[in-house]
Ligand binder design. Structure first.
Ligand code: ATR
Length: 286
């Protein structure tokens, strides 16, 4: 390269991730890896923005010539009304995680979490028709909606939705309004797993520092794919239990990596690859 010091210039493309706090975000490491790998003249930075400054900061980033930003907790819902245009999936999920600043100054909002969820399963379990039968989805928080919309779009014939607070699951089902979503009891009884082809944990249970997810998988077909959106640890108790009884499993790290691809593609011009080396790099300390 003619610029071995990777200094920025007036034509460098700029992007980042807004959140509060944002220091824990793996996105700068992830995008930084791809920028270096593909030799792109660009920069992706953490952008700590207090919620009360969110709107002003978003407009400022556009005015500063940024290509776009990712938006993380707690600003995913706040970004929706600020966008001039929303993708169909962002509207249905009810949250925005990727904002692109168009040439004409308009803010285009998208949500790539469901795409990341599906792409991870397609890459890690290419031979499994995970959406061909009923899916059991645990949790009714922010992450669950992206998973539900993705599975419905994938043609999943039935989704059994279970959440500790049943009302939240009923509210999500009422908002997404698809008769294939059926709210079931929490905790999940063994017969609720009958005939399922997929089990997804979208709760925070099993994450480091959180209680573990208690579930009896004895009613689950051994062919069913079991996946978790938790990736710290990579092998949650759910995945350990599923693997021990012979089910195929996919961990949650790939969802994080794949959800970043559409933003990177739009802002920097290349649809980047998710590899084992990237997985190792994103998880390594420093
Ligand atoms: P996010 O938006 O990141 O998904 P969230 O909205 O706080 O986070 O959702 C967390 C999910 O984990 C919810 O489904 C929550 O269940 P409730 O709706 O009943 O709160 C679930 N969850 C968290 N701690 C739990 C626990 N100890 N037992 C059962 N479910 C739990």
């Amino acid at each position: 390269s003619r610029n071995p010091y990777r200094t920025l210039s007036g034509t460098s493309r700029l992007a980042g991730v807004m959140g509060w706090p944002v220091s824990h975000s793996k996105s700068p490491r992830l995008h930084g890896y791809w920028l270096a790998k593909y030799g792109i003249d660009g920069c992706y930075m953490p952008l700590p923005v207090e919620p009360e400054n969110f709107q002003a900061a978003l407009i400022s980033l556009r005015n500063l010539g940024f290509s776009g930003v990712n938006v993380t907790i707690p600003q995913k819902e706040m970004a929706m009304p600020e966008c001039d245009e929303l993708s169909d999936r962002a509207r249905r999920i009810g949250a925005v995680n990727t904002v692109t600043f168009a040439k004409d100054g308009r803010l285009l909002g998208d949500n790539t979490d469901g795409f990341g969820f599906l792409e991870n399963l397609r890459q890690e379990a290419p031979d499994i028709a995970f959406a061909s039968g009923p899916a059991v989805v645990l949790g009714a928080g922010g992450a669950c909606r992206a998973v539900l919309v993705a599975l419905l779009d994938e043609g999943c014939p039935e989704i059994r939705l279970a959440n500790r607070t049943r009302k939240r699951a009923e509210d999500v089902a009422a908002e997404i309004k698809d008769p294939r979503i059926k709210v079931i009891d929490w905790p999940v009884a063994p017969d609720a797993l009958d005939g399922a082809s997929l089990v997804v944990n979208t709760t925070s249970l099993g994450m480091v520092g959180q209680p573990k997810l208690e579930i009896d998988l004895s009613g689950l077909p051994q062919t069913a794919l079991v996946t978790d959106i938790v990736y710290a640890p990579l092998m949650t108790d759910l995945l350990v239990q599923a693997k021990a009884r012979g089910n195929p499993i996919v961990d949650g790290l790939g969802m994080l990596l794949h959800q970043a691809r559409p933003g990177f593609h739009r802002w920097f011009g290349i649809d980047p690859e998710v590899t084992q080396e990237l997985r190792d790099f994103v998880l390594s300390p420093d």
